[in-house]
Design a protein around this ligand. Structure first.
Ligand SMILES: [Zn+2]
Length: 420
């Protein structure tokens, strides 16, 4: 007798597995939230007895997106800065007059746990509906122990109610808070000796991230803080070489970071260092676009150097509000010269690698979590061409329809709020 499976997605027009070459006319069998088998449609039809069958002929099936870099939970909003930038101000000018991250810190410190959760929930719902099935979220708008813990608890609560997997990152080293501007060494001591141990003790984060940048944390400070994280079991990540070549890539290699992110100003030396240390290069073209900067990260040089290149939204309150990974893929192809298949790998398998989860998700392979997107287009080229328009036909997380889990999506405005 044939074994029963929960679902068979059959006769898929085109399947982009994320890591390996595309397949035509394949089927995917799903059981208990995992991918049971991927193979030629006729072969799978003979192997399994499915409880449910979905005909995917003429359609594109891809892995769910892995958005490996977001700052999704914060207090208040900063549309005023966007309008100022559009009128000619630049990010560093705005930051110097108390705007930027510091403005979000003031508003976040005033927000309650419930406010943080409620304001982030619709953002998260939209991301899941647009196909993101694994989403990293960083703290970093508290910059004191109490508010950083509140942000991480909000992230934990959102994760417990969300159909996507939420991966928490501690980023107390996002900026030097105003009260420690004249004694930054003391803030670094608090980060290493008080905040990191408290976060680790409560099990609130998996990664520790830092903004290594001119005027924020220098390479020596970054090394010290990331090493304190490692000592407490937090895997290192770093915001590197974004506004200037500040040595962040070298720090990433030295500390064995899982990923180095931004890299708009990375040097040849930096590329060599990342490559030698097997660090994922995570590019965030939505931020370059949003900040109206001329120079996108050198994706082609990074790919040609053999690096695993990931892309992510960097969704945050100021420098990028884009939530759609498909939009980020479109920018990657348009502005960084990636091919549609490279962009897919970057948004799925490489994103999973940037979160140390490539054995769990990010590709359509036997044994991986059944996080999938079905698109009403024949292939990835048509999809990328329509990057500003297309929305998934169906999203599955762990083999379950997101539309069943997110009944609030597309509901009338007067319907009561639903959990994510
Ligand atoms: Zn960031």
């Amino acid at each position: 007798m044939k074994p029963t499976v929960d679902l068979l997605i059959e006769d898929i027009g085109r399947l982009v597995p994320g890591k390996t070459a595309p397949l035509e006319g394949a089927s995917v069998a799903i059981d208990s939230g995992k991918i049971q088998a991927v193979g030629p449609a006729r072969k799978l039809a003979g192997l399994f007895h499915p409880e449910q069958v979905i005909d995917a002929s003429g359609k594109l099936l891809t892995p769910g997106f892995v958005d490996s870099h977001t700052h999704l939970v914060f207090g208040g909003e900063r549309s005023n800065e966007f309008i100022q930038r559009c009128a000619g101000a630049d990010y560093e000018q705005i930051a110097a007059t108390g705007g930027g991250i510091r403005a979000s810190v003031r508003m976040t410190r005033e927000a309650t746990l419930d406010q943080l959760i409620e304001e982030a929930r619709p953002r998260l719902q939209r991301m899941v509906a647009s196909g993101s099935t694994t989403i990293e979220i960083k703290s970093g708008y508290g910059l004191d122990l109490e508010t950083e813990l509140r942000l991480l608890r909000a992230i934990r609560q959102l994760g417990s109610e969300c159909p996507a997997e939420i991966v928490p990152t501690f980023m107390g080293a996002h900026e030097i808070p105003d009260e420690w501007r004249d004694s930054r060494q003391e803030y670094i001591r608090i980060l290493c000796e008080e905040m990191i141990p408290a976060v680790a003790e409560e099990g609130l984060a998996e990664f520790c991230d830092i903004f290594c940048e001119r005027g924020v944390f220098d390479p020596d400070e970054s090394l010290r803080i990331l090493r304190a994280g490692v000592e407490h079991g937090l895997k290192p990540k770093i915001h590197a070489d974004e506004m200037a070549a500040s040595g962040g890539s070298l720090v990433a290699a030295e500390v064995g970071a899982v990923s180095a992110d931004h890299l708009m100003e990375i040097t040849a030396e930096g590329i060599e260092a990342l490559s030698g240390a097997n660090v994922v290069a995570t590019l965030l073209p939505g931020t370059t676009f949003y900040l109206r900067k001329p120079g996108y990260a050198p994706a082609r040089s990074l790919i040609e150097a053999g690096l695993e290149v990931a892309i992510a939204t960097d969704r945050n309150p100021g420098s990028c509000t884009i939530e759609s990974m498909l939009f980020i893929m479109g920018l990657s192809v348009m502005q960084m010269g990636m091919t549609p298949l490279e962009a897919f790998r970057a948004a799925t398998h490489a994103g999973a690698k940037a979160l140390a989860r490539e054995d769990l998700c990010g590709s359509i392979e036997q044994g991986k979590r059944a996080d999938l997107i079905l698109w009403d287009v024949p292939d990835e080229e048509v999809l990328i061409h329509e990057f500003a328009n297309e929305v998934p036909r169906t999203v599955w997380t762990s083999g379950q329809f997101v539309s069943d889990l997110l009944p609030g999506i597309n509901s009338p405005v007067d319907e009561p709020d639903q959990g994510v």
